[in-house]
Design a protein around this ligand. Structure first.
Ligand SMILES: [Zn+2]
Length: 180
């Protein structure tokens, strides 16, 4: 089943998101809609730290928290801040293709060796660091993870609208993720 929905026209945006800041994000990024001007943030975006992605959005439009795998479990205070102080009522959580937080164990040696060679870490400390944190940051599968993280955020912030999205690094487009 293909859970990714490309946005070719405004009608492709799910009705519940259309004409909300979530729909606006999709229109700006995917449909090249003319930028409006904003004096405060409308949206919170959670997305991976990966260097291959950037969003085509107006100035001041969005808070952005970047974290490996779009995992906001360890950024909760910042999410709360954007909602409580920034008055944001919408979150777009954006996973992406080919994410480095999938199958971390396959890069264990590279990770440890890199810390030793590039950062000057002691090998046993680097190993312990990997073993301690890799299980917390592993996301398993990009789409499944973003869906589970969206559920968690909806529970945590029940009055906030949270939408799962996916960024394909192959075409730099944003997709909605179908939930069922
Ligand atoms: Zn990533």
């Amino acid at each position: 089943m293909n859970r990714l929905v490309p946005i070719k026209t405004k009608e492709d945006i799910f009705p519940e998101y259309r004409d909300t800041p979530i729909g606006d994000l999709l229109e700006y990024h995917d449909l090249d809609r003319d930028f409006e001007s904003y004096d405060s943030a409308q949206l919170l975006v959670g997305m991976c730290m990966d260097n291959r992605k950037h969003l085509h959005i107006p100035d001041n439009f969005s808070y952005i928290i970047r974290s490996g795998g779009a995992n906001l479990r360890y950024s909760e205070f910042k999410v709360s801040y954007a909602i409580a102080v920034g008055n944001v009522r919408h979150i777009a959580l954006i996973g992406h293709s080919n994410c480095g937080m999938v199958n971390l164990v396959a890069r264990k040696e590279q990770f440890i060796g890199g810390l030793v060679d590039t950062a000057g870490w002691d090998r046993s400390f680097a190993e312990e660091h990997f073993n301690q944190f890799a299980p917390l940051f592993e996301i398993g599968n990009e789409i499944d993870f973003v869906l589970s993280e969206v559920k968690r955020l909806r529970n945590r912030y029940p009055k906030v609208m949270v939408a799962p999205m996916y960024y394909r690094v192959e075409d730099n487009k944003l997709y909605l993720v179908r939930e069922e």
